[in-house]
Design a protein around this ligand. Structure first.
Ligand SMILES: Cc1cc2nc3c(=O)[nH]c(=O)nc-3n(C[C@H](O)[C@H](O)[C@H](O)COP(=O)(O)O)c2cc1C
Length: 402
């Protein structure tokens, strides 16, 4: 099999849940043979348990998402970064896609200890973050630049997308978010903050590492919208090339520059894109309220480690001193449990609720988040943790504790 064919086969196997390679294809042979972009999107195998609503359950939302998004996103049964490797701009990971795939495999390696005889009947999965109560420790990751990433995806506007993400998360008792792209004129960015302003105190404002003066002008929009927190995805600084006409549109920041941003507002600033304990300490030195352990879903540097692998050493250094968020392939309630056990205060959910928004709008996002919350509660019963504060590495099998 030459390289191109092997890649196509791998993509098909991810799309068809290995069935295409093993003969246990989930879709009719004629459709599978068609492969690629013209194939009819396959139906979801199995049904994910979860609350029912007018939209159905998560499996129904995902089936609808598959119809709308295919082939921009195949909505694979397991979102592991294989089928979309290199599809960037797009939904995939950069270049070989290994950083995205590492996030997936790193998290899969973490194993939970089952302790049914010590379980609690009614664990409480709510938590408090920066003084705000969340129904469970998961919030929306900032996703922006939709026109650049998905120029053909025009069935909803970016404003409608943000409205679905924020509204759905708020309905599920947690925080939504808006993303950013430095090439947008301020008037367009302001339109996004007008949406955020409908949900005061409930929005994470993701702002790219624009030059400070420019960054502060977006902070003012976040203040007017009463954002809950601001993230600066410092790891986007390598991507000035995305807008060649403005090569300074994003920049790496020194501690002094970060400090200037922190001091310019009362909204807590979280430095997103931290993958080492040393960088976490530098963010603390700048006065940041917290960090988000993230490799940007594998979209900024190929061959970076899994966030699940990077998190424990970072938590060992800064846990309790600053907020620790993490992202990377959060799909199920058990994923939230694992990341909290490894040291996070809360997780951010990216691609999965992007899909839910396309498959079911605000209701689809709410359904996805509530399903994950219920899965977390069930997992807390079987790992014998009564509260989020009680979750720690002891619930993990020894070889997963890093
Ligand atoms: C299409 C797309 C756009 C994104 N835009 C932003 C953004 O504007 N700001 C940001 O901080 N991160 C952005 N991210 C990164 C996500 O916030 C998150 O770190 C990443 O997707 C990992 O989470 P996931 O594995 O759940 O998708 C984007 C990711 C994707 C896939």
């Amino acid at each position: 099999m030459d390289i191109l064919n092997r890649r196509a086969a791998l993509k098909a196997s991810a799309l068809f849940g290995m069935g295409a390679m093993t003969g246990r294809s989930l879709i009719p042979a004629a459709t599978a043979a068609d492969g690629g972009a013209s194939a009819t999107p396959p139906a979801e195998s199995g049904t994910r348990y979860g609350p029912q609503s007018a939209t159905g359950n998560v499996a129904a939302v995902y089936q609808r998402a598959r119809e709308v998004l295919y082939p921009i996103c195949r909505v694979c049964p397991q979102c592991d970064g294989v089928a979309c490797a290199g599809e960037f701009p797009g939904i995939g990971g950069l270049d070989s896609g290994m950083s995205f795939q590492n996030n997936f495999t790193g998290l899969q390696r973490v194993k939970l200890k089952v302790r049914p005889l010590s379980g609690n009947k009614q664990p409480d999965c709510s938590t408090t973050l920066l003084g705000q109560k969340l129904s469970f420790p998961a919030m929306a990751a900032p996703i922006g630049g939709l026109a650049v990433n998905f120029p053909k995806l025009t069935h909803i506007s970016e404003e409608q997308y943000f409205d679905a993400i924020i509204g759905g998360c708020v309905d599920a008792g947690t925080m939504g978010s808006i993303g950013d792209i430095q090439s947008n004129p301020l008037s367009v960015t302001k339109g996004h903050y007008d949406v955020a302003g409908r949900f005061p105190g409930k929005v994470i404002a993701g702002i790219k590492p624009r030059p400070n003066e420019n960054f502060i002008s977006v902070i003012r929009l976040a203040e007017a919208a009463k954002a809950f927190m601001i993230t600066i995805d410092i790891d986007s600084a390598g991507r000035g090339w995305m807008d060649a006409s403005k090569s300074t549109a994003v920049e790496p920041k020194t501690v002094a520059q970060l400090r200037e941003l922190v001091r310019s507002t009362k909204i807590p600033i979280i430095v997103k894109g931290i993958m080492t304990p040393d960088d976490a300490l530098l963010a603390g030195e700048a006065g940041a309220a917290g960090i988000c352990v993230s490799n940007h879903g594998g979209r900024v540097l190929d061959h970076s480690s899994a966030t699940a692998d990077a998190l424990p050493a970072i938590a060992d250094k800064v846990k309790g001193k600053m907020v620790i968020l993490v992202d990377g392939c959060v799909h199920y309630g058990t994923d939230v449990l694992k990341y909290v056990a490894l040291g996070a205060d809360a997780v951010l959910v990216g691609r999965h609720i992007w899909r839910a928004a396309h498959g079911g709008g605000r209701e689809g996002v709410a359904l996805f988040m509530k399903t994950m919350r219920d899965e977390l509660t069930a997992a807390m019963v079987l790992t014998a943790v009564p509260t989020v504060a009680a979750i720690n590495r002891n619930i993990l099998e020894l070889d997963s504790r890093a």
